[in-house]
Write a protein that binds this ligand. Structure first.
Ligand SMILES: CC(C)(COP(=O)(O)OP(=O)(O)OC[C@H]1O[C@@H](n2cnc3c(N)ncnc32)[C@H](O)[C@@H]1OP(=O)(O)O)[C@@H](O)C(=O)NCCC(=O)NCCS
Length: 259
């Protein structure tokens, strides 16, 4: 067994087994160069690369993504070894929590991470929405958020805790929007994907239909004016909306305390 850092020359061989991973395909080809530059792109090698994992370290957490094992080499604990390796590196660097995202229907993966001690932290719904010109929506840009009510925001498909520093940075670029009607409130946090062109990710909190529609109308408008082609919406709530929101997948946000 050998786990090592990926080399640029591994790309072609890795993509051979990361093409049709899921019914909708895979995204490793699009993110490979970014992940390689970020570091901690690890390969499991058996003469050739047969397994892959990427880790993104951020303060006291590690975000694990892109776990893949060649079909011909599954059920040999390769994924277990890759995750354990990242956890070992994390602990050496005093990283306390490990997180990852798993499709609720991906039972092999859910079994895998549960066997390693991961627990479901919360569930998220993934929707897509088309850009469109809208008027008659009322939103405010805000510079404060109750972090216990709104614990995470999503940047390039990674869930990060909202800190005062992050809130300030997002607010500077008008990336936090609010719609408030009486006691009802919806929040939208917009980020631009680092990996995919013309793509924004929007974290939405709040289940009131009118407030959510206000936020979504603003987002559609923003996308249309900024030549954004893809709007990806993620919310812990099932969103009620008049908009043509397309529910694509549901995910479990998994968490493990490392020490
Ligand atoms: C999920 C995946 C990474 C597992 O890789 P693997 O190297 O075969 O996994 P391991 O051998 O380390 O399995 C460890 C445990 O996971 C669970 N598991 C793995 N594959 C399973 C399957 N097909 N069905 C049910 N449980 C499974 C089992 O509990 C297993 O323990 P056991 O062998 O003692 O029963 C691999 O199937 C894969 O690449 N799938 C497609 C990509 C994917 O879904 N990635 C994860 C996205 S986050």
């Amino acid at each position: 067994m050998q786990i090592r850092f990926a080399k640029l020359s591994d790309k072609a061989r890795v993509l051979d087994f990361c093409k049709n991973t899921f019914p909708w395909g895979d995204y490793i080809e699009q993110v490979w160069n970014f992940w390689y530059k970020e570091g901690y792109l690890l390969i499991f090698e058996r003469i050739n690369p047969v397994g892959l994992i990427h880790a993104y370290f951020y303060n006291s957490l590690v975000w694990i993504e892109g776990i893949r094992v060649d079909k011909n080499f599954r059920h040999q604990k390769i994924a277990t070894h890759l995750i354990s390796k990242i956890e070992k590196i994390s602990k050496r660097n005093s990283v306390k929590f490990s997180y990852m995202l798993i499709d609720v229907q991906n039972m092999p993966s859910m079994n895998l991470v549960k066997s390693l001690g991961y627990k479901i932290n919360c569930q998220w719904n993934f929707y897509t929405l088309e850009p469109k010109q809208n008027s008659n929506f009322k939103i405010n840009f805000i510079d404060h958020l109750n972090k216990s009510q709104f614990p995470f925001y999503i940047d390039s498909w990674r869930w990060f805790p909202l800190t005062n520093k992050i809130i300030l940075e997002l607010n500077k670029k008008n990336q936090i929007v609010e719609s408030k009607i009486g006691n009802n409130l919806s929040i939208g946090i917009i980020t631009h994907s680092k990996h995919f062109e013309k793509t924004i990710l929007v974290t939405i909190y709040g289940s009131d239909k009118i407030c959510t529609d206000n936020i979504l109308s603003y987002i559609q408008n923003y996308a249309s004016e900024n030549h954004i082609e893809r709007i990806q919406v993620l919310s812990p709530e099932k969103l009620l909306s008049e908009k043509e929101l397309d529910l694509k997948l549901e995910f479990n946000h998994m968490k493990k305390k490392l020490f």
